[in-house]
Ligand binder design. Structure first.
Ligand SMILES: [Ca+2]
Length: 369
């Protein structure tokens, strides 16, 4: 091509190009900013797809069924991170989980999160991009502006999405008894739903799905034998299916996990659970947590979405295993006892059944769109 283009024009083009580059690192920062901004959108979308958006219920159903269907039970046992071999490192377990991988493949955001510290990375990545952009290019500012505009969310929207930030305080410093090397919170399973259905409650015996989750960290029975029928009946709106582990607290810093949940006015409640791993049948989670505020009956005004809600989860005892140390397995309780509480007693240095909730995990719901 050079032969057909006057050298002066080439020089001019070169100047233009270098000028656009913005000097040292300008070109690369442009690229970086461009690359990163799309990822953000991608991350958010995938996080939703997994099972939050009722509007996309069909796709969710399709995705979910693919892995969990009867044929998948095979995956389930394999998926079980902690059951077969508590000594197995978390990472190895995840990698060997076909079901998880499939899910993850469709969820770029989740993969990033898993590999290292998701919450931190996502936040950090997007921030640096913005900063670079700000320094030189208006393009970035536009991006920011649009983001800052988003906060104007309709308080009575039909549907809204929350960023869920899980903070896991379970760590060797505060829970020294037999604290396992591979400590983690396992997969999160649950649903968005309404008052017509409950998937678990303290004082009630665990369902098969809850028992499997609490004992083995698996969520397929819960999702496909319990949530799926509820969705068909209309009492549940969507699956909550997060096939990611959360690290324990380390050096005073809680393990972090972030994902999104989309709720609707017809299904504003969230129930989701995750096994404390390894443990006999202990788990954390929320039961029928409403993200919709109380309605004002006197004025007749519609209830508004809660902007930010933080709830602590105590350590729940699933009632189906009798051991009370953080080790997988142990004797079964048949039929299972009602779901209760267990707490680490610092005075005696052991876990004990408890009537007092001891918060081990915090879930923060922040409305983002
Ligand atoms: Ca138990």
């Amino acid at each position: 091509m050079n032969k057909h283009i006057p050298s002066a024009l080439i020089a001019a083009l070169a100047m233009v190009i270098s000028g656009c580059g913005g000097g040292s690192g300008g070109g690369s920062s442009d690229v970086t900013a461009t690359d990163q901004s799309p990822p953000t959108a991608i991350n958010q979308t995938p996080a939703n797809d997994p099972g939050q958006q009722p509007s996309s219920g069909e796709s969710e159903t399709i995705d979910t069924p693919d892995s969990p269907e009867p044929s998948n039970p095979v995956n389930t046992p394999q998926t079980d991170p902690a059951t077969p071999n508590p000594d197995q490192p978390i990472e190895d377990t995840q990698n060997s989980e076909p079901a998880n991988e499939d899910t993850q493949n469709s969820e770029p955001a989740n993969e990033d999160t898993q590999n290292s510290e998701p919450a931190n990375e996502d936040t950090q990545d997007s921030e640096p991009a913005n900063e670079d952009t700000q320094d030189s290019e208006p393009v970035n500012e536009d991006t920011q502006d649009s983001e800052s505009d988003e906060p104007a969310l309709d308080p009575v929207a039909e549907q809204t999405t929350y960023l869920v930030t899980v903070r896991n305080f379970w760590g060797v410093e505060d829970f020294p008894q037999d604290f396992p090397d591979q400590a983690h919170l396992s997969l999160w399973g649950g649903a968005t739903h309404n008052e017509a259905v409950s998937f678990w409650s303290v004082g009630e015996p665990p369902s098969r799905g809850i028992e499997d989750m609490a004992e083995a960290g698996l969520i397929d029975i819960l999702l496909f034998d319990e949530v799926a029928p509820a969705i068909e009946q209309g009492s549940a709106g969507s699956f909550i299916e997060i096939r990611l582990f959360t690290e324990p607290a380390i050096d005073g810093e809680p393990g972090l996990l972030e994902f999104e949940v989309t709720v609707t006015r017809t299904h504003p409640l969230v129930s989701m659970v995750s096994m404390l791993g390894p443990s006999p049948d202990w788990f954390v989670g929320v039961d029928s947590l409403s993200l919709l505020g109380a309605s004002d009956d006197s004025s007749g005004a519609p209830a508004e979405w809660i902007p930010t809600l933080t709830v602590g989860s105590p350590l729940y005892d699933g009632g189906s295993k009798s051991d009370i140390i953080p080790i997988m397995g142990g004797p079964d309780i048949i039929p299972p006892d009602p779901i209760g509480l267990v707490a680490y007693d610092a005075a005696t240095g052991v876990y004990l059944p408890s009537d007092t909730p001891q918060i081990v995990t915090e879930l923060q719901f922040t409305r983002i769109r």
